[in-house]
Structures are given as structure tokens and as C-alpha cells.
Design a protein around this ligand. Structure first.
Ligand code: T1G
Length: 695
């Protein structure tokens, strides 16, 4: 008998129990164990019906993702489920926790499905660049029709037990003791001589002849560049055109194509990376955490308000401080406006809006922050102002309170040194809009204690963020790499490319927008003011004036002024090439005596991405990022790097570091520019034929 699947009989009912912590993943041993337990149950004359269930926290949550990419071992899951469905006894699935992917497919191979009211089921394979490969694309449409199956499979979102009962997937929803409920239900079915119900023998309702082409069109924009969603549609279509066996064969072909695709390898990398970033090497699992029951926010501007919403939405009371009442009123009004907009879209109830707003209080006095557990400062990006704020916080907050700064560029160590408790100071760099963007760069200072780091990393999850721990340097991980890419984009235009050409190359690569459309969204004035500041404070090292400065000086600040690098029609965010910009670029090239040349799309892609990889390697050498996967997650959740490319460091591995290094060396030989000086780490890995993933 396998040690991950057991069989026992209780009250004339055979129980097949999967026990493979943490999530009962359907690895090889579990698949074999299921067949062995099934055979035992079928041979057990005392068992009138069989129940399949999971031990621990959940029904099987899918295939073992770690096995993908390895040589597959028999029995394969589709065969296991076909055996379950063809077995000679009534089979009931009893679901708790999250029956996902292959787990849900097992339930579809059973005659009846019972679920706890807290359970969820779904087919999220598309999020791994895959499709349900164990009969899910053939059985689910037979149960709920093609349209609803497409929503479930292409959407990949888990569904609640109650919703599934309404859809006819779950037959009974229970609460309390699942095993007892399952045995009682199985006995009832046996007593009632309930019929076997093979889902594979059902036919699929196809709502219309265009349901599949319509669906493809409906996701074309949102799923641009992805492979899996469109393979999912093809598989469900096969269910409506072929008999079950042929459909399952087609499903397997499409599944195998995806499994062997670079996209799925990238998305599986991201699945594990997203979980790994939360673990901080060197900080023990049992490091004490501080309780965060109340939070103070300094600054009620766009960032302060967005940050506050994360805590309010997580049920954590917030005290918001400002210097003037009208700034507070404006900040509170913006928070309410954002919540009401979400409610209008049906993603919140008005009760939930009121509950969040009821957790928000405001103050004009620092003394009112004496009882909070954490304060996050989100004031003007100026060191003098930051130090004044932290001086006040140091004076009023209780011992053990965590003092965090939302700075995106300033030195966290210098801010910490302006207090008597630098060990309690940390950076919490939210991304705008802070209530929407999932990424949170948590910045550890030289003195930041393990307790503060562990507390803030856990808190990141609690407020629905992906927290990545980074070190102190200019721009931390995300912006530092972004600055290098933007610099390359500008150089490429100086040398002959058009801004629209550069943007199209990166857009086609899968980024939500190119460098110049992004600059127009953020506002050309932001970068210009920082450069002007440097030109005043440090003229010797200040950046040279370029055509972007010329645009900013003409108040072409981007979308907000109807024109920046690109032109924007009233109420339309579509970037259109601008004659003003073209003229400024021409003027700049002439002033610099630049002989322009044809710039290829390949060169644009290589220069914009390889400079990111090289900077990423330097960041790893300096310890500003702990692992390459931290950089990948920062860029995926903070800058829209396509998940199906896996992040800049994973992508570089997929290209081959020897090839990346050789090109970087060539760019360095050609330009002599420091940004192209190959990072020693990259050089070493390339020479040793290794990958960043081997670090
Ligand atoms: N395989 C291997 N490891 C898994 C796993 C899986 N399916 N799911 C979770 N883990 C690990 C995870 O890495 C972590 O490890 C620990 O379990 C706890 O997870 C044929 C092709 C179930 C909702 O996509 O969505 O079936 O970090 O931190 O927040 O059609 O995990 O502790 O070392 O995420 O409570 C389809 C994936 C597979 C579900 C729990 N299934 N898992 O969330 O804990 S493809 C999925 C999840 C498939 C078939 C196809 C979540 C969860 P560690 P966690 P959680």
C-alpha cells in the first residue's frame, strides 16, 4: 500500500484518502496509490460505494508542478481518472479546501460530488501556461456547456462550492465534518440505488456556432502574446466536435505542446518564484513577528491614500495624518471615490465600502500616532522633509512601532539615522496606483532588525501584495533597472530609431507599453524636475540636456497635457507620433553631430533588455537583490514584464548567458559605456556555461 494514499472501510463505505502534504499534489506516488486503493475498494465486498477525499488542509490541488519538465512516469493522470470513472462501484468525491487542476478533474471522473461550503474548485492550469490535461476540457463542458466551461478554463479562477452547486457541478454542499457527511451521503446514494453518472457519456451543449471564435476575439487584447488561453479554447471546441476518446486525445496533444513550450516553463518559474520571494534566507522561520493592529499613514496624497486602502481593505484600522484639514478632506474623499468606483463595478458591496471607510480616522497631530504599530510615511520626495517627519515619529510613536518610508529614490539608511531606533526603520516602496499594483519593494536598511523584516514581509501578504525584500541603492531593484532601460531607449532614438519603433518592439515582446508611452504616462515633468534639480545641486555630474528636456520645457508632459513624446487626442490614451517630437529629436541630433543610421528591431530588443540583465547581475553582486527570482518578480508585478517570459533574469537564461554576455561585451567594445561593462557575475556564469537559476 502506498504511504500517500490509504484505503479503509467505514460503515460499508470505502474511503480512498490522499495524504501528501502540503497540498496533496498528484505526484507519481499519489497516482499509483489512487489506482492501488481503487483496486482494494473494488475488491472489498463490504464497500457499497467509494469516497475519494484528501487529508490535511485540502482535496488534491492539482498535478505536482515540480514533476513538469521531467520524464513523465506512468500511470498518467488522465488514465487514472478514466479508471476511476470506469470502475464498477459508485464513486463520490468529497471536497474541502481547494480542488484545483487535476484535483478537480478527479472529481469530474466521479459519479457524484459533495463539497464543504468553504471549498473552492477550479482549473487554473492556464496560469501555468498549460490547460487541464486530465480530461477537464472534455468533461467540464459536458457538465456545464461550452460557454461556462470556457469561462472556467480560460479564466482559470477557482469557484465557490455554492456557485458550483448552482452550475450543477457539485451535487451537495455541506458544513461541519466532511468525512461523516460524505459517508452518510454515499450510503444514501447506495440505499437509493443511485445511478452511475459517467460525465464522459454526456453530450456538450454548444450555445452557438461562433462561441469559440467569439471567445477568441473577446480575449485577444487581454491575452495578447499568451499561448495557453487559445489552446484552451481549441480543447473545449474539440469536446463539441469529437467523441470523448478522440477529444481526450486532442486535449493531450494540445497539453503536450504547451508543456514543452518556453511560455509554460516561464509561468511555472513564476509560480514558484512568487512563493519563494516571501522567504528570506538568513531569517529564521521562528523569528518573532510584531502585531500590526493599527497603522498610521503620513500624507493623504495619491500615494498615501492608495497605501491606506490596502490596510482598510484588509480590515486594519488606519490613522491618516496631514498638515492641513483640506488636504485630509481631499484624501478621504479620494479614498471613498475609489471604493465607490470599485463597488460600481460590482467588485465590492456598499456595506464593504462603509466598513472600510469606518476603519479610517484622520488627524492633524503627530501625538495621535502614539498607539499605532506601524507608520508609513508618504510625503514629498525630499530628504529634509523626510528627516523632519521621522524626527517627529521618533518622538511620538511607542517603543516597538515600525517606522516605514515609501521613498522611491532616497537613502533609507540616511532616513533611519535621523532616528534613535534605526533598527525599527524599513522602506516600504509601493507602486502607483498603490491600492492596485501588487508589488511591494520592502527595503532593508543596514540596521533594520530581522523582526521588523519578518513582520513586514508577512504583512505584505496580509494586504494582498507580493513583498520582495531588497537592499538600499538608488532606485532599489525596479527603478534602477528601469533607468538603464530608459537610457538605452533614448540612445537608440538619438542614433536613428523612432520612439514609436522602440515602443513597438517592447510592446510586441509583451510589455504593456513601450518606454516612451510609459514616460508619457508617468509624466515627462517628473524626470525633468529631478534632472533640473541635479543640474542645480551637482552641475559637474548632472545628466546632459536632451530632446526630452526640450519637450518638458514646452510643457509637453505626456498624457496629462495631451502631448509628450507622443500626441494624444482628447479623451484617448492612444499614443500617436508627434511632429514636435520628431523636430526636437532632429535638432538634438544635429546639435550633437550624430550621423543617424538604420536601427533594427533586434538591436532595439537586445539593447533594451540586455542592459536590464547586466544591471540585474550587478544588483545581485551587490546583494541589493538576494536571488535572480526576486528581480523577476519585481519586474513582473511592478513593471508588467510578461509572465510568459518569466522575468528578465529567467528570460536571459532561456536565451543563454553566453549569448547575452557576448552581445553585452560587443556593445561595451563599441560604446565603452559603463552600462555595458559586463557584470563579473554574468561573465563568470557565461564562461562556466551556467544560468542565473544555478545560483
Ligand atoms: N505542485 C507542487 N507544489 C505545489 C502545488 C502543486 N500543484 N501547489 C502548491 N504547491 C506548494 C507551493 O509551492 C508551496 O511550497 C506549498 O505547496 C504551499 O503552497 C493535469 C496540468 C493550492 C491555492 O495550479 O494555487 O493539475 O513554498 O504557498 O497560499 O490538468 O498553492 O511551502 O515549499 O501556494 O495556501 C494545477 C497551484 C496544477 C494550483 C494553496 N494546480 N497551487 O495556496 O499555499 S497543473 C494549481 C495553488 C494540473 C492537470 C494539470 C496554491 C493553493 P513551499 P502556497 P497557499
Amino acid at each position: 500500500m502506498s504511504d500517500v494514499v490509504s484505503y479503509q472501510r467505514e460503515d460499508e463505505i470505502g474511503l480512498i484518502v490522499v495524504d501528501n502534504p502540503p497540498v496533496n499534489a498528484l505526484g507519481h506516488a499519489v497516482r499509483q496509490g489512487l489506482l492501488d486503493a481503487l483496486d482494494q475498494g473494488l475488491a472489498d465486498d463490504g464497500a457499497r460505494a467509494l469516497v475519494v477525499m484528501g487529508a490535511g488542509r485540502t482535496f488534491p490541488a492539482g498535478a505536482d508542478i515540480r514533476e513538469f519538465g521531467q520524464t513523465p512516469k506512468e500511470p498518467a493522470l488522465p488514465d487514472v481518472i478514466n479508471r476511476l470513472e470506469d470502475s464498477g462501484k459508485l464513486l463520490i468525491a468529497a471536497v474541502h479546501g481547494t480542488a484545483l487542476g487535476g484535483g478537480m478533474e478527479i472529481t469530474l471522473g466521479c459519479d457524484y460530488r459533495l463539497a464543504l461550503d468553504s471549498a473552492r474548485m477550479g482549473l487554473p492550469e492556464v496560469n501555468l501556461g498549460l490547460l487541464p490535461g486530465a480530461g477537464g476540457t472534455q468533461r467540464l463542458p459536458r457538465l456545464i456547456g461550452a460557454q461556462a466551461a470556457l469561462d472556467a478554463i480560460v479564466g482559470g479562477k477557482p469557484m465557490k462550492a455554492g456557485q458550483l452547486e448552482k452550475m450543477g457541478v457539485v451535487d451537495k454542499v455541506v458544513s461541519g465534518d466532511l468525512k461523516a457527511e460524505a459517508i452518510a451521503y454515499a450510503r444514501q446514494l447506495a440505499d437509493d440505488n443511485a445511478p452511475r453518472r459517467k460525465v464522459s457519456e454526456l453530450t456538450v451543449d454548444k450555445e452557438s456556432n461562433t462561441v469559440f471564435s467569439d471567445y477568441e476575439q473577446s480575449i485577444a487584447r487581454k491575452k495578447r502574446g499568451f499561448l495557453a488561453p487559445f489552446h484552451c479554447i481549441k480543447a473545449v471546441q474539440a469536446a463539441t466536435e469529437l467523441d470523448f476518446a478522440a477529444g481526450q486525445k486532442r486535449e493531450r496533444e494540445l497539453f503536450t505542446e504547451l508543456l514543452n513550450s518556453p511560455q509554460s516553463a516561464a509561468q511555472r518559474h513564476v509560480f514558484f518564484a512568487e512563493r519563494e520571494v516571501g522567504k528570506v534566507p538568513g531569517i529564521a522561520k521562528d523569528t518573532p513577528r510584531r502585531e500590526i493592529a493599527q497603522v498610521g499613514i503620513i500624507g493623504a496624497g495619491t500615494m498615501g491614500g492608495g497605501i491606506a486602502m490596502n490596510f482598510l481593505s484588509a480590515g486594519i484600522p488606519v490613522k491618516m495624518l496631514e498638515m492641513k484639514q483640506e488636504a485630509l478632506d481631499k484624501g478621504v474623499a479620494l479614498i471613498r471615490k475609489n471604493y465607490e468606483a470599485t463597488a460600481k463595478k460590482g467588485r465590492m458591496t456598499s456595506e464593504q465600502v462603509e466598513r472600510c471607510m469606518s476603519l479610517l480616522t484622520t488627524t492633524l497631530s503627530y501625538d495621535d500616532l502614539s498607539d499605532v504599530d506601524l507608520v508609513i510615511e508618504a510625503v514629498f520626495e525630499n530628504m529634509k522633509v523626510k528627516k523632519e517627519v521621522f524626527g517627529e515619529l521618533d518622538r511620538v510613536t511607542k517603543p516597538g512601532a515600525i517606522l516605514a518610508t515609501n521613498t522611491s529614490t532616497l537613502d533609507v539608511n540616511e532616513i533611519a539615522q535621523s532616528t534613535r531606533r534605526p533598527e525599527d526603520v524599513i522602506g516600504m516602496h509601493f507602486f502607483s496606483p498603490a491600492n492596485v499594483m501588487k508589488l511591494l519593494e520592502n527595503v532593508r536598511g543596514e540596521a533594520t532588525s530581522d523582526e521588523v523584516i519578518a513582520t513586514v514581509m508577512d504583512l505584505s501578504k496580509r494586504i494582498g501584495k507580493v513583498g520582495v525584500l531588497v537592499g538600499v541603492c538608488y532606485g532599489f531593484v525596479g527603478n534602477r533597472i528601469l533607468h538603464k532601460r530608459q537610457a538605452q531607449a533614448i540612445s537608440l532614438v538619438n542614433e536613428g530609431a523612432a520612439p514609436a519603433q522602440v515602443d513597438k518592439v517592447l510592446y510586441d515582446f509583451g510589455l504593456p507599453m513601450g518606454p516612451f508611452a510609459m514616460a508619457d504616462l508617468a509624466g515627462l515633468d517628473v524626470g525633468w524636475r529631478i534632472r533640473e534639480g541635479l543640474r542645480e545641486s551637482d552641475p559637474a555630474n548632472a545628466p546632459e540636456r536632451n530632446w526630452l528636456d526640450a519637450l518638458a520645457e514646452q510643457e509637453r508632459w505626456g498624457q496629462k497635457t495631451g502631448g509628450g513624446v507622443f500626441d494624444y487626442a482628447e479623451g484617448d490614451r492612444t499614443p500617436r507620433p508627434s511632429e514636435v517630437t520628431a523636430a526636437e529629436i532632429e535638432k538634438y541630433r544635429a546639435e550633437q553631430g550624430i550621423d543617424t543610421r538604420e536601427v533594427s528591431d533586434t538591436e532595439i530588443l537586445e539593447r533594451c533588455l540586455y542592459v536590464m540583465v547586466n544591471e540585474g547581475a550587478k544588483i545581485l553582486e551587490e546583494g541589493v537583490a538576494m536571488r535572480p527570482l526576486d528581480i523577476d518578480i519585481v519586474w513582473i508585478y511592478g513593471y508588467g514584464f510578461p509572465v510568459y517570459q518569466g522575468g528578465p533574469m529567467f528570460w536571459a537564461d532561456s536565451i543563454g548567458l553566453d549569448k547575452v554576455h557576448a552581445k553585452i561585451q560587443q556593445f561595451h567594445d563599441e560604446t565603452g559605456h559603463d552600462d555595458w561593462k559586463p557584470a563579473p557575475l554574468l561573465e563568470r556564469l557565461a564562461k562556466e556555461g551556467k544560468r542565473f537559476a544555478d545560483l
